[in-house]
Design a protein around this ligand. Structure first.
Ligand SMILES: [Zn+2]
Length: 223
C-alpha cells in the first residue's frame, strides 16, 4: 500500500479540483493513496448535499451548521434581517441546510417548519448571483419557494398558491436541471388547486436520488 505523504483533506481536494491542478495529477494521488481517497469520499458527500457544480462551493457544507446555529439563536424577524444585511449568511451551504432542516422539522412542528422555510427563502433570495451563478441561484430560489408552498399548503392554501407561482417563475430562470424540476414538482404536489382540497401526499425518493448522484469527484476527473 503506497501513500503520498502529503494527503488531501476535503478542503484541499476541493481547492485542487476548482483550480488549475491537472486532473491527471489528482487522479494519480487518489489511485495510490487510501488517505487521499478518504478525503475524496468526504468531499463526494459534501458535493451531494451542496448540489452546486463548482467544487469550490462544496466545503460550504462544513461551515453551514455553525452559521445556522447562530441564526437560530436569534428571534425569527431578526434572523431574516441578518440574512439580508450580513453577507456572511448569504451562503449556499447555509441555504441547503435550512432547506433540509425544514423537511426534518416539518413532521413534528409545523410552526418551526414555517420559520425555517421562510429563513431558507430569505437566504436563497440574498444569495449573490455573481458568485454562485444566476441560473444555479434561480434553481435554489425555485426550491425555496416550493418548500415554503409545501409548508403553507395545509393551512394557507392561497398563500401556498402564490408561493407556488413564484417557484415556477424562478424555475423558468434556472438551469433547467431535471432534478430541480422534479423536486419542485414534488413539493408543489401538496398545494391544493383553487377551490379544491385533496389529501397531502408527498412522493419520496429525494434521499435515493441524492445517493444516486454520487461520485462527483470522479466525474470531474474523467476525460
Ligand atoms: Zn495521500
Amino acid at each position: 500500500m503506497t501513500s503520498c505523504g502529503d494527503h488531501y483533506t476535503p478542503h484541499t481536494l476541493a481547492f485542487a479540483l476548482s483550480e488549475s491542478t491537472p486532473p491527471r495529477f489528482i487522479r494519480q494521488r487518489l489511485e495510490r493513496c487510501p488517505a487521499c481517497r478518504a478525503a475524496q469520499d468526504t468531499l463526494d458527500l459534501w458535493a451531494r448535499r451542496i448540489g452546486h457544480a463548482d467544487p469550490g462551493v462544496w466545503p460550504e457544507y462544513s461551515t453551514a451548521p455553525h452559521l445556522l446555529t447562530e441564526l437560530l439563536a436569534l428571534p425569527h424577524r431578526r434572523r431574516l434581517a441578518v440574512v439580508r444585511f450580513d453577507e456572511l449568511f448569504q451562503h449556499w451551504g447555509l441555504f441547503r441546510l435550512a432547506l433540509e432542516d425544514t423537511r426534518e422539522v416539518g413532521y413534528s412542528s409545523p410552526a418551526g417548519a414555517q420559520d425555517l422555510a421562510e429563513l431558507a427563502l430569505a437566504i436563497a433570495m440574498n444569495l449573490p448571483e455573481d458568485y454562485y451563478g444566476a441560473h444555479p441561484v434561480a434553481d435554489q430560489r425555485a426550491l425555496a419557494w416550493a418548500n415554503l408552498a409545501h409548508v403553507q399548503a395545509a393551512d394557507e392554501p392561497a398563500a401556498a398558491r402564490r408561493s407556488a407561482e413564484e417557484a415556477e417563475r424562478w424555475r423558468g430562470r434556472g438551469t433547467g436541471a431535471a432534478d430541480v424540476a422534479r423536486r419542485v414538482g414534488e413539493l408543489l404536489g401538496a398545494v391544493p388547486v383553487r377551490g379544491e382540497e385533496h389529501d397531502l401526499e408527498e412522493g419520496d425518493g429525494f434521499a435515493e436520488r441524492r445517493a444516486a448522484a454520487g461520485g462527483r469527484v470522479l466525474s470531474l476527473l474523467q476525460g
